[in-house]
Design a protein. Structure first.
Length: 603
């Protein structure tokens, strides 16, 4: 079993200490023996990872399927096609279905099915499509299907809304769901007919793509559900979904949406560039949050927007792009000194990684899925370098490559060069090292939780995390050279100036919101709505109204001119969210100039 194998296996340090007498006799001989030994150690490490891949693959796949209703062995109560995040119900309670996790999991399943690797999965995919089409229509605290509800992060496993306070909305979900379903749609076009896809699958995909096209330029909670700002992972997957969405729409003859998707995709690609931090050489994960910005968010974005046809393009932050490699190094290095289990590891060898160095959630430990993501980004890079028969070292990626070959300089190295051979072999060993670390902390039964202890590597937090299994499978696939279909990332150009989703419209108007609402002591009225200045439907940062003429509550806010403005009032008691106004949203079109006043009554 994987964990036991590593614990009992031959350790590198152990091998070297056996040779200590030889070192003293002759330094030259020592160097020779050492270099032969490093090759041996690399082979041993590779064999160990081979063993892990062989034993863990079936366990990871079974672990993933066990968490999908209606017949998964660990997902009792989940309806058909519903993916639970984990069977854990206490500390933490993850027995819910997240749109992000479910879509990433089904992307793996759809990849396996459409590639022919496992043709038994069609029923699961059909259940998923049905379940998600139902969830899209469930009114929830983020709104209805047409007023922002698609951005709701998670639901109960019986397909009802989760109504307690949460970090909402999370705008990566609809994009990831569209990406999974677009891959299935492309298979259905070949396997059945365009008209079948137009009538059955396209309406579901279009709802998500329309949402992305309309709302990408509003703030969102990040994939870790903590920071409300703009987030690289979200922006990157939104971009991808609109590109492949435009291609699918064209194939289906749905031409009316194409130019809007393409326009917004170009706007998003422009915005995407702004996350790059040239001074420190990494991609900043979030525009808010007050942290270092070093975050697994960015490696995850690279692997989930990998398009082998795009080579090492840095505008889409492809896995082998200089920016993504530089960023990966900065991210990995941020965990070297903070986790006890990383102590004693060489500064250019694989280390356990977590979500972000400042993390304290459930102890802020390494995660299986983030450590697997590092390996996957490196394997993806190797696929491209080997496919292209060359590798570029730029001033941006120099520090990444110098970890393995301090003498390397900026340049292009053909596959026939020894530099190419040295660097690709080193990157392969580095990548395997991340899987070897996960292997070391995988218990003998192969179960993968969310985290493992930063102090001793024992499993922590949610058991059997579905995403841990999915991430392990995709990393294994990349190691074996498996890629999934591209999405049109090749040859894109970044617009010269960045436009907002509104196409560059400017100007705001002052709107006074008046609402008649009786309240009790300690209870206050807040407003939140569909534009930045109305806090993008956030309940946490909703704006407090004042009541000089109680029971009329009032606030004046600048909103975009000539725009569709939607909003609701909410009640909080002593600052704690209590309730939303009932549906539908309040709505008006703001004037081109001047001011506007609403006269509402709490519903
Ligand atoms: C479509 O795929 C299913 C499942 O793989 C197969 O049974 C069926 O024959 C295929 N139909 C066509 C028209 O290719
Ligand atoms: C909206 O897009 C503009 C232009 O790229 C950008 O400056 C702004 O930060 C974006 N806002 C959000 C919340 O995405
Ligand atoms: C290396 O750079 C050259 C010139 O910029 C480019 O044409 C080529 O595609 C790059 N190769 C890789 C593997 O990135
Ligand atoms: C697998 O092993 C871990 C660690 O010993 C344990 O917590 C978990 O319950 C086991 N899972 C199963 C399904 O036996
Ligand atoms: C609200 O009342 C004010 C003052 O009576 C009035 O000027 C304004 O037009 C009203 N707003 C709407 C939307 O009817």
């Amino acid at each position: 079993m994987p964990g036991g194998y590593f614990r009992r296996g031959l350790h590198k340090e152990g091998v070297y200490s056996l040779l200590a007498p030889t070192f003293q006799e002759s330094p030259a001989k020592m160097r020779l023996v050492l270099s032969a030994l490093s090759a041996c150690v690399a082979v041993l490490a590779q064999t160990s990872v081979d063993t892990y891949v062989a034993t863990e693959s079936p366990i990871a796949k079974a672990g993933m399927l066990a968490n999908i209703g209606p017949s998964g062995s660990k997902s009792e109560g989940a309806l058909a096609g519903i993916v639970i995040a984990s069977p854990s119900t206490v500390n933490p309670d993850y027995l819910y279905t997240w749109t992000r996790d479910s879509s990433l999991v089904f992307k793996v399943i759809i990849d396996q099915f459409t590639s022919g690797a496992d043709t038994t999965l069609l029923g699961q995919i059909q259940n998923f499509v049905k379940a998600e089409s139902i969830l899209q229509q469930v009114s929830n605290p983020s709104g209805t299907v047409s007023t922002g509800g698609l951005g709701e992060p998670h639901f109960n496993i019986d397909e009802t809304a989760f109504t307690a306070a949460w970090g909402r909305p999370q705008r990566d979900g609809p994009a990831l769901r569209a990406t999974a379903m677009i891959e299935y749609a492309n298979w259905l076009i070949k396997n059945t007919s365009v008209s079948n896809v137009v009538s059955n699958l396209w309406p579901i995909i279009q709802l998500d793509l329309d949402y992305v096209a309309a709302d990408w330029n509003q703030t969102t909670f990040d994939l870790w559900e903590e920071v409300d700002s703009s987030s690289f992972f979200t922006t990157a997957v939104q971009h991808r979904s609109l590109r492949e969405g435009a291609t699918l729409a064209t194939a289906l003859g749905q031409t009316s949406v194409v130019s809007n998707y393409e326009t917004q995709a170009a706007n998003i690609l422009c915005f995407l560039q702004s996350y790059w931090n040239p001074t420190d050489g990494f991609i900043t994960a979030n525009t808010g949050g007050g942290r270092s910005g070093k975050d697994a968010n960015t490696a995850l974005a690279s692997i989930h927007t990998f398009d082998p046809a795009a080579g090492c393009d840095a505008t889409t932050f492809q896995p082998c792009s200089d920016k993504a490699l530089s960023s990966l190094k900065v991210y990995v290095d941020s965990f070297r000194s903070i986790y006890t289990i990383n102590s004693g590891i060489a500064s250019n060898a694989a280390a356990a990684t977590g979500r972000y160095p400042e993390d304290t959630y459930m102890g802020g430990n390494p995660w299986f899925l983030t450590t697997a993501a590092v390996a996957e980004q490196l394997y993806d890079a190797l696929i491209v370098w080997k496919g292209q028969g060359s590798l570029n070292v730029t001033s941006v990626s120099l520090a990444f490559f110098q970890q393995f070959l301090p003498s390397v300089t900026v340049g292009t190295y053909a596959a026939s060069s020894s530099t190419f051979t040295t660097l690709t072999a080193a990157v392969e060993t580095f990548a395997d090292g991340f899987l070897a670390i996960n292997a070391k902390y995988t218990p003998t039964n192969g179960s993968l939780s969310e985290q493992y202890s930063r102090d001793d590597g024992t499993e922590l937090s949610a058991a059997d995390l579905t995403w841990s299994y999915a991430a392990t499978l995709t990393a294994f696939g990349a190691r074996a050279g498996v890629t999934s279909p591209g999405w049109g990332a090749a040859g894109l150009t970044v617009p010269a100036t960045c436009q907002t989703s509104g196409g560059g419209g400017t100007g705001t108007v002052a709107v006074t919101f008046n609402v008649y609402a009786t309240t009790f002591f300690g209870e206050n009225i807040y407003i939140t709505g569909n534009v930045d200045s109305l806090q993008d439907w956030s309940t946490d940062t909703a704006l407090l109204l004042s009541n000089p003429d109680y029971p009329i509550w009032t606030i004046t806010v600048d909103v975009p001119a000539s725009s569709d403005i939607q909003y609701k009032y909410i009640r909080k008691v002593n600052g704690v969210f209590e309730e939303w106004e009932s549906d539908p949203n309040n709505e008006f079109t703001s004037p081109a100039s001047g001011t506007y006043t609403t006269n509402d009554t709490w519903r």
